[in-house]
Write a protein that binds this ligand. Structure first.
Ligand code: PMP
Length: 392
């Protein structure tokens, strides 16, 4: 530990004077304080207190290649010096759209945003303009970012009017979905679905329910929006490809920015027509963002995605399955699929600190992910640390 550096405790006290909660992200709350990061390299993160941690958090799974991934560094090297953003589009945006469209041939139209939140907000706007209807169905506890409309019902600070056209149904309940559509199907603009939502437990949804959502959306001339901000990493085309269902719109974020702020929405030409300049004025959707599609994010994202091909995905999925099996053997409760895992524990905040003291960083809500810089030996090391944290 470098004695010239302030400790996390000192930084938290300093932050508390100006930053409510000591960090801008409510999701990083780990009472009594959030340790402060110093730097990261590969699968390792160093905090300001001199601890070295194996990073299973990976900024909520967005760093699929770990920290300071050399291809991302190479792709962005010098880019800052050439200008980080412009009031004109750049070729980097086209290249990322071309790459993503080659992975998702049924969704050839792309727009980029600066966060997953904005991508989902834009998808709702596009769906509503396309259908000229307002009702959106979402599912309880599924997280879609921090927009007023999609925070949980009655969230403090959100006026009821902001959620008036959002119907929250119990997750994976076919009867509730059928009943809602029987009474309000002709108002429906879109069903918004995450096939493996993190907050309700990171359990893959029943494929029959996903197929039902798909067919009911079509039956009612509404759109199916799949939120794959977390799950896109599970195949070259995302989790929906493994389910064999096709959305009208998809929202992405996290890994597609290579570690820089990002979001994207994509869709069929019909669904995305509202974003074409030729759209009739009453349907033309406004979507912009000063930093959307900035060349740094686009270059970093393309480098990250190029390195995440099918063999790389198969490898991290296998490591994830190995870790999940090992954790279950140790008596931990763990869910997820492939390289995404979630720990369940009645006293998660306490477990979080016990893991931290063993040199393991997981998300405060128990989300863990595998990155391509990990290997079998590291998984064994991680399991040994979990075993020690269990008894600590
Ligand atoms: N959708 C899902 C499924 C998410 O997990 C998240 C973020 N965790 C978002 C949307 C919002 O993304 P962002 O934090 O980039 O705004």
């Amino acid at each position: 530990m470098d004695p010239s550096l302030p400790t996390s405790q000192a930084l938290a006290a300093r932050a508390a004077r100006h930053i409510p909660g000591s960090t801008s992200r409510s999701t990083l709350h780990t009472p009594p304080l959030a340790p402060y990061a110093l730097r990261g390299r590969g699968h390792l993160l160093e905090d300001v207190d001199g601890n070295e941690l194996i990073d299973l958090h990976a900024n909520y799974s967005s760093l699929v290649h770990g920290h300071a991934f050399p291809p991302v560094l190479a792709a962005t090297a010098g880019a800052l010096a050439e200008g980080s953003c412009f009031g004109l589009p750049t070729v980097a945006e086209i290249e990322l759209a071309e790459h993503l469209a080659s992975r998702l041939p049924a969704l050839p139209r792309w727009r980029f945003t600066s966060s997953g939140t904005e991508a989902v907000m834009a998808a709702l706007r596009v769906a509503r303009a396309h259908t000229r209807r307002n009702l959106v169905i979402r599912f309880a506890a599924s997280y879609h970012g921090t927009s007023d409309a999609l925070l949980q019902p009655h969230a403090p600070g959100v006026p009821p009017a902001a959620q008036a056209d959002v119907l929250t149904l119990p997750l994976a309940d076919p009867h509730a979905l059928r009943a809602a559509l029987a009474s309000r199907g002709d108002e429906l603009a879109a069903i918004l679905l995450d096939l493996m939502p993190n907050r309700p437990g990171l359990r893959p949804l029943d494929p029959d329910f996903a197929a039902l959502a798909r067919s009911l959306a079509s039956e009612h001339a509404a759109l199916l929006i799949l939120d794959e901000v977390i799950t896109f990493r599970l195949s070259t085309a995302g989790l929906h490809a493994l389910y064999g269902i096709q959305p009208d719109l998809i929202t992405l974020g996290k890994i597609i920015g290579g570690g820089l702020p990002c979001g994207a929405l994509a869709g069929t030409p019909e669904a995305m027509a509202a974003l074409e300049p030729s759209a009739p004025p009453q349907r033309a959707v406004h979507l912009a963002g000063t930093f959307a599609a900035n060349p740094l994010t686009m270059r970093a994202g393309l480098a990250a995605l190029r390195a995440l091909d099918a063999p790389a995905i198969a490898r991290i999925d296998a490591l994830g399955e190995r870790l999940r099996a090992g954790l279950l053997d140790l008596g931990f409760q763990v869910t997820g699929r492939g390289s995404l895992l979630k720990l369940h524990h009645p006293r998660l905040p306490q477990l979080w600190w016990r893991l931290y003291r063993q040199g393991l960083l997981v998300a405060a809500d128990g989300l863990c992910s595998i990155s391509t810089v990990m290997d079998d030996t590291l998984i064994e090391d991680i399991l040994e640390r979990f075993a020690r944290a269990r008894t600590a």
